[in-house]
Write a protein that binds this ligand. Structure first.
Ligand SMILES: [Mg+2]
Length: 238
């Protein structure tokens, strides 16, 4: 644990989800493979299409519609819809296909083995603090057995713009009825979690799982209050 700024009294803790409470990369890889398999099975025109083609299409869509990333589920649905149109399917088929592919996506996306250590620390912390979660992603915390630790979960899209924008941080403070400065936000991303939280008056705990040197890192524009390498370090705040 490393301290960069003095901590104020903590009255609530907010958690990022992806790559903070579990390793999201294998989850997304598995999920995208399953969606591709579904598309290959049901849409023969897409038989040569691969996951990377889809990633390119998503990037192109974001270039055309720069704010679409605030709602990752809609962004993905639209990309699937455009993909099906591109391969010659009708508008009706493309809409239905995108909706069906998203059902497959959601089924796999929240199929996550949450580490026991994560359950242990959340259980301990939930006895001391109100806990909430703020995510830019679209995992379903109920499906992966995380929901019971949190008083509520805010999602970019339905609950406002993605972090580092302040929408969800400020909504969290007002719903908790706790001043932002007494909320500690814990997350893995130096921009969306650390800079976002601090710019909107919260305290920030950076979980540095990849041993990045924050002081010599180009993406650091704001230092967190504290840096930890494992969630278990939060026990020291108890
Ligand atoms: Mg994250």
């Amino acid at each position: 644990m490393r301290f960069y700024r003095p901590l104020l009294d903590i009255k609530a803790i907010s958690f990022d989800l992806d790559d903070t409470l579990y390793n999201n990369q294998p989850v997304m890889e598995r999920t995208e493979k399953q969606v591709t398999y579904f598309l290959h099975q049901h849409y023969p025109e897409l038989r040569r299409f691969q996951v990377n083609d889809f990633r390119t299409l998503r990037i192109q869509l974001r270039e055309k519609e720069p704010t679409i990333y605030h709602d990752v589920s809609y962004w993905r649905w639209r990309s699937l819809y455009l993909l099906l149109l591109k391969y010659g399917y009708s508008e009706r088929e493309a809409k239905q296909g995108a909706t069906n592919a998203m059902k497959v996506f959601h089924q796999w996306r929240s199929n996550i083995d949450i580490p026991q250590k994560t359950h242990d620390i959340l259980l301990q912390l939930a006895r001391r603090f109100p806990l909430i979660a703020i995510t830019n992603g679209n995992v379903d915390p109920a499906k992966c057995n995380l929901i019971n630790y949190f008083q509520f979960v805010l999602f970019a899209g339905p609950d406002g713009r993605a972090k580092p924008f302040g929408d969800m941080f400020l909504t969290a403070a007002s719903r908790l009825k706790i001043a932002p400065k007494h909320i500690l936000h814990v997350g893995d991303d130096l921009i969306s979690d650390v800079a976002g939280a601090i710019q909107h008056g919260l305290q920030a705990c950076w979980i540095n799982t990849h041993q990045v040197d924050a002081l010599n890192n180009q993406t650091t524009n704001v230092l967190p209050h504290i840096e930890i390498s494992h969630l278990a370090s939060l026990y020291r705040l108890l």
